[in-house]
Write a protein that binds this ligand. Structure first.
Ligand code: AMP
Length: 121
C-alpha cells in the first residue's frame, strides 16, 4: 500500500500549533486531546506526531519507538479518564471507514454504556 499524507489536515495544523486543542496528554511522539464534538462523556483522540494517514499506515511504517509511545499513551489516557468500567476504541480509515481527518487518530469513548455500535448521522 502507498499512503499520501496531506500536511494541511486539521490535526497536522494542531501539531504545528496553528490551531488550539484541549490537550489531555502529550509525549515526545504522541498527543491526546478532547474531541471538539464529543459523542460520549469521555471522547479523547490520540494521534502520533508523525505523518501517518491511518492505522495500517502507522502499523506498517512507524518505528517501534513510535508504536510503543502511541500504545502507552492510549493506556495512560484510559487510566487518567478512569475508564475502569470499559470503553470503545475506534480508528476510522479511508472512504469506507468514513475517516474525516486524514491523520491517524484513535477515538477513545467511554463514561457511559455505548451500545453495541456507534452510529453517526
Ligand atoms: P474521523 O471521522 O474518525 O476522521 O473523526 C474525526 C474527529 O475529529 C471527529 O470526531 C471530529 O469531531 C474531530 N475533530 C475535528 N476537528 C477537531 C479539532 N479541531 N479538535 C478536536 N477534534 C476535532
Amino acid at each position: 500500500m502507498t499512503y499520501a499524507y496531506d500536511d494541511q489536515n486539521v490535526f497536522a495544523r494542531i501539531l504545528r500549533g496553528e490551531i488550539p486543542n484541549d490537550t489531555v496528554l502529550e509525549t515526545g511522539m504522541s498527543l491526546a486531546f478532547n474531541d471538539i464534538a464529543p459523542q460520549a462523556p469521555v471522547h479523547v483522540l490520540v494521534i502520533p506526531k508523525g505523518p501517518y494517514v491511518c492505522y495500517d499506515h502507522f502499523a506498517a511504517e512507524a518505528s517501534d519507538a513510535e508504536i510503543v509511545d502511541f500504545t502507552r499513551t492510549i493506556a495512560r489516557v484510559c487510566e487518567m479518564k478512569g475508564l475502569e468500567d470499559g470503553f470503545r476504541m475506534i480508528s476510522n480509515a479511508g472512504e469506507h471507514g468514513v475517516q474525516e481527518v486524514p491523520h491517524l487518530h484513535v477515538h477513545i469513548l467511554g463514561g457511559r454504556v455505548l451500545g453495541r455500535m456507534l452510529a453517526k448521522g
